[in-house]
Design a protein around this ligand. Sequence first.
Ligand SMILES: [Cu+2]
Length: 300
Amino acid sequence: MKRLVDAGGSLSGAWLRLLALSGAVALPTGAMAGTGQPSPWQIGLQTQVTPIGEYAQWFHDALLMPIITVVSLFVLLLLVLVAVKFNAKKNPVPSKTTHHAGLEVAWTLIPVLILVVIAVPSFRLLKDQIVVPKADLTIKATGYAWYWKFAYPQDAGGFEFEVRMLSDEERAKAVADGKGKKEDFPRLLAVDNEVVVPVNKVVAVQVTAGDVLHAFAVPSFTVKVDAVPGRLNQTWFKATKEGIYYGQCSELCGKDHAFMPLAIRVVSQAKYDAWLADAKKKFARIDHAPVQTAHSEVTR
Ligand SMILES: [Cu+2]
């Protein structure tokens, strides 16, 4: 028993060291990740501001990173062992061993067990992303080559507007005009019209495309869904922190694929109401109701 405890003790020590190593790899996620946009030298995910995003971040940092680190180091160890111990020089007469029942069972069962451990939170995350809860606000995003169009259907304001990237000249002009500081207009991300939504509210996003394939993605929300012409996809998010969160088209869609960002500004209910009143006057009116998908019927 004592021997077992000792062996277990040193083993868990080794595992702890490995975990710490993987932690060192995963550390920049929290320390250097940008909120709402990438930051220089960032390695991990952007800071997450939705419950689903936080869960995805935990899944990545606490489960996937340690597992892949331990597996990679273990395989490296085996390769080094094989190269050192079983090379031709050291074994002039090759071994005739062809199989080992215990080993074969182990290298089948252990990966299966690892996959089961990963599958449980993975399926939970998938289910939470796919099943849209009762939405407080439904908006529609349509991808075009190469800009976005956002619609706030009739029950949410009844207007639509286009979102286009600001060029370097437009960004410089915005700063010169005193509309904000330089960092308020990040390169390749700043847009002319921001999508504004209230904080702590479930926002359903219906996503489609008007010409070719695009994809609606906002890294800080862990949201990514294909925008397909003739098909209505749906996703959702509930941002719990006010701020501005940038997204980009995530489907190679043509020459300006890299230049069709979108920006979602999450604000308090009062600020949202004020923006809505303004936006109703400013943007083109639409009078069609939100499209009810079979999926949204089921989940509401
Ligand atoms: Cu695109």
